[in-house]
Design a protein around this ligand. Structure first.
Ligand SMILES: [Zn+2]
Ligand SMILES: [Zn+2]
Length: 248
């Protein structure tokens, strides 16, 4: 399975990256984890946007979902004819939220372009991918997502504060793609985001041997975030960057 970092900027797009979006490919199939601001543009560097088999949204903050509106336009008005309907998995209310964001009536909204499905506690299968989710600690309904293909797996934190549910979902994964929005400090709110050190601690507890820090916020120094994680983590530590590709 190959991961391509389409967008890694946390909370809002940065000068060098769209907001969150990750492309996973295996055996000719492709899925997207999140579609934050600007990600549909960058995605065109790495993939045929009409060759995506499904989209998984961790939550409905705009830095994780809003480019689904642009993707709706691209699929509906494709000059070759409307693209085939594909599944979009997300929290409850995803279809109505996306329709409202675009100014569409809720019916049909985007239902002709996307088959909206709520994240299921049971594994979901899309082509060669098996996908599991769990609720994590964030102010809105948010899911961490574990994807397994070809016997290898990646666990993506979505946005979260420290939580055991991410450790449980991530057990035995080959790569942890964890957010690190905060720098260490006494005033970080709970149940919102992770520091690099907290991301590292969760990856260690899950026994994941490779950690990629992401959702890095433009007002932080990425090197400081990395250094805080490195104090805790003894596996292979990476920092997300635009277009970074990793074989999992
Ligand atoms: Zn976010
Ligand atoms: Zn969020």
């Amino acid at each position: 399975m190959r991961l391509t970092v389409v967008g890694w900027a946390g909370s809002f797009p940065g000068p060098d990256s769209p907001a969150s979006s990750y492309l996973l490919e295996h055996e000719g199939s492709a899925i997207l984890l999140d579609m934050g601001n600007g990600s549909l543009g960058a995605l065109q560097r790495y993939a045929d946007i009409y060759a995506i088999d499904a989209v998984f949204l961790s939550h409905l903050h705009v830095d994780h979902c809003i480019d689904l509106c642009s993707y709706y336009v691209a699929r509906k008005y494709c000059p070759r004819g409307a693209a085939q309907r594909i599944p979009v998995f997300g929290p409850s209310g995803t279809a109505d939220r996306m329709a409202a964001a675009y100014g569409l009536p809720l019916k049909p909204g985007m239902h002709d372009e996307f088959n909206f499905m709520r994240h299921d506690p049971d594994p979901t299968v899309v082509g060669p991918f098996s996908i599991e989710t769990t609720r994590v600690a964030h102010p809105v309904e948010t899911y961490a997502i574990k994807v397994t293909a070809g016997g290898r797996s990646i666990v993506y934190s979505g946005d979260t504060g420290p939580t055991d549910s991410l450790v449980e979902l991530g057990q035995g994964a080959d790569l942890a793609l964890f957010e690190a929005s905060f720098l260490a400090g006494p005033d970080n709110p709970t149940d919102l985001h992770l520091t690099g050190g907290q991301a590292a601690d969760l990856a260690m507890r899950a026994g994941v041997g490779r950690l990629m820090l992401t959702h890095l916020v433009a007002w932080n120094d990425n090197e400081q975030v990395r250094a805080e994680a490195a104090e805790v983590y003894d596996g292979e530590l990476m920092v997300a960057s635009s277009g970074l590709q990793v074989e999992i």
